[in-house]
Structure formats: C-alpha cells, structure tokens
Design a protein around this ligand. Sequence first.
Ligand code: GAR
Length: 207
Amino acid sequence: MISPSIKPESLELNKKIKLGVLASGSGTNFEAVAKAITNQSLNAQIQVLIYNNPEAKVTQKAENFQIPAVLLNHRKFASREDLDKKIVEVLQEKEVDLVVMAGWMRVVTPVLIDAYPNKLVNIHPSLLPSFRGIKAITQALDAGVKITGCTVHLVVPEVDAGPVLIQAAVPILAQDTEETLHQRIQVQEHLILPLGIALAAKLNNLA
Ligand code: GAR
C-alpha cells in the first residue's frame, strides 16, 4: 500500500511533535491520529482541534480524547484570508509545530501556508494528481477507473497539487457506490495519515 522505500523504523520520532488538526466533518481521520498517538505508534500530541462547522461530529471525538476544540465558523469571517489569519493565531498560541488538514473542506490561502511552510499536510481521497478538488470519489467513479486511493501531501497554494508524502491504492469494484468506496478508502486513510505526519515531521527535522 505504501512506498516500499519507507521503513517503519525511519518514521520513529525521537521528540514529541505538537500537532494542530483542522477538520470539518465526522472526524474519523482525526480519531485515527489520536489513536495512533494513544497506542504510541506516533510520538505526538494534538494541541488543538480547529473546526469550522458547528455541527461537525469531530467535536465528539475531540471530547473523547480530551483535546481542546476551537470553533472558527467560516461564515463569520469576511474572507478566506481573515479566517486563515485567525487559524494561525490559534495555532501559534497553542505552540503547534505541524498542522494536519484531516477532512478540512476549505481552500486555504498563503496566510496559513506561509505561516507553516512544508508543515501543513492534507489528506485527499484520490491518488493525486488524479481527481483534485471536491467530490474526488464521484470523479473517480464517473471516470470509470479501476484503481483509486488516497494521498497525504504537503499543501501549496494550488489546490491538491503539493508534494506527495504517501499514498495507498484502493481497487474500485463493479458494485461500488460512493459510500462503499469511501468506506474502503477511509480504512487506508487511517493507516497512511499518521505515517504521512511522521514523514512531514522528519522532512522538517522536527524530530
Ligand atoms: C476524508 O475522506 C478526506 O479524505 C476527505 O474528507 C474526508 C473526511 O472524513 N477530504 C477531502 O475531500 C479534502 N478535499 P473524516 O471527517 O471522517 O476524517
């Protein structure tokens, strides 16, 4: 599922890295990262969850792990840049080293990207560079491809175009619906996201 050149021991972090997580939805990826930390496969600590949708179920997951959650509702900000400015403020206040977009359904601006150069990672439900942007799973089904997957990558201003850290492939089955395919992609997402975080930490000499 992953690049054969990656040896698990090379992902061991010799220092606890401080993460900030941005999420908009149900938070299964947030939970996967929190679990990887609890079971000691990722030497990290989630300093804060930032969420933008007051209804997001991810808050329940944060509560379960006793991780502080901050609501920054995008509707209350005049521009994407204003929202990102506030996000950076919260992340810096919490002394975050590395930022993880775990189902963050907002386009981010250089305000956030430049504050965390090479330290902002995103998970996307396709094998990038295929099927960038929204509805990646529908795009894959519509295209009739037989293999799709998920990607953890560094964030650059162009959407879903940054350097790839790690990917996992998922076959598309004849009877797949958006839901069944998303479920199987998510199983792989939960495996590669903690690995992608460790790779980004190594790349930046954080640990
Ligand atoms: C994940 O499947 C992630 O790949 C996707 O949102 C889902 C969030 O699920 N992200 C994107 O589509 C970003 N363009 P979760 O809330 O259960 O982690």
